[in-house]
Design a protein around this ligand. Structure first.
Ligand SMILES: [Zn+2]
Length: 236
């Protein structure tokens, strides 16, 4: 499947969108400024990354730790990511997390396992998300029905520790992480590539990027996760 996606690198987005139906949900993809940049590395030429303008993004309501170093177009995707995180976290825990813990954004390197291709991290066009840190339940906020009162205290949620949990508090964290992943998969305006547990070398984090193709490889008990639309927001 990854090989199929890689073959699409360098093809036009229109061509890709037609073929992508086989590997992902058939969402229409809007063009993106980096689509024209070839990710294929020419043989015999010293490795390097194309010049890109990077910005630091510390987050607004949810702090990014450490701050993300990305191109400005990807920063907009991180703002949308934050909004989805806040919505799902409020549904599950009654408040958004204080911070998103990332394992890296910009890094000039090759694609892991595919050395002839530039990683999206090399363009400031990707983020690796390890988890989220929650503070105590704020005054005025209420815990969702059925949630143990212990969730009024602060806690950490990590992909590595909680993704496969089936019991107790950890199972609530698994539900949060899986709901978050499903909501992000359902959106065609945030990320095109979503990798995570079950994909090689991604047991500890989600990898999200805006490569010129769509690929969703996040697994729940061996089954690839499908998108799930957000419930309609309550009328004011
Ligand atoms: Zn990554």
């Amino acid at each position: 499947m990854i090989r199929r996606a890689l073959l699409l690198l360098g093809a036009s987005l229109a061509t890709f969108t037609l073929d992508a139906v086989a590997v992902a949900s058939p969402t229409a993809e809007a063009p993106y400024p980096l689509d024209a940049i070839s990710r294929q590395l020419a043989p015999g030429i010293p490795f390097g990354c194309p010049p890109v303008d990077l910005v630091d993004y510390r987050g607004d309501t949810i702090r990014f730790r450490p701050p993300a170093k990305v191109i400005s177009e990807f920063r907009e995707r991180l703002e949308k990511l934050s909004a989805v995180v806040a919505t799902v976290a409020t549904e599950v825990y009654g408040r958004p997390p204080l911070s998103l813990v990332d394992l890296g954004t910009f890094a000039c390197r090759r694609m892991e396992g595919h050395p002839r291709y530039l990683s999206e991290h090399g363009l400031g066009n990707a983020i690796d998300v390890a988890g989220f840190d929650f503070g105590p339940l704020p005054k005025g906020a209420t815990l969702p029905a059925g949630l143990d009162r212990a969730f009024k205290n602060g806690f950490e949620v990590r992909v590595q520790t909680h993704w496969n949990a089936k019991n107790g508090h950890a199972a609530v964290h698994a539900r949060f992480l899986k709901t978050l992943a499903r909501r992000l998969i359902a959106r065609n305006d945030i990320f095109r590539v979503l990798l995570g547990p079950g994909y090689p070398a991604h047991g500890s984090h989600f990898h999200f990027d805006m490569a010129p193709f769509r690929l969703v490889q996040i697994f729940d008990d061996g089954v690839v996760l499908e998108g799930e639309a957000a419930p309609p927001s309550p009328s004011p």
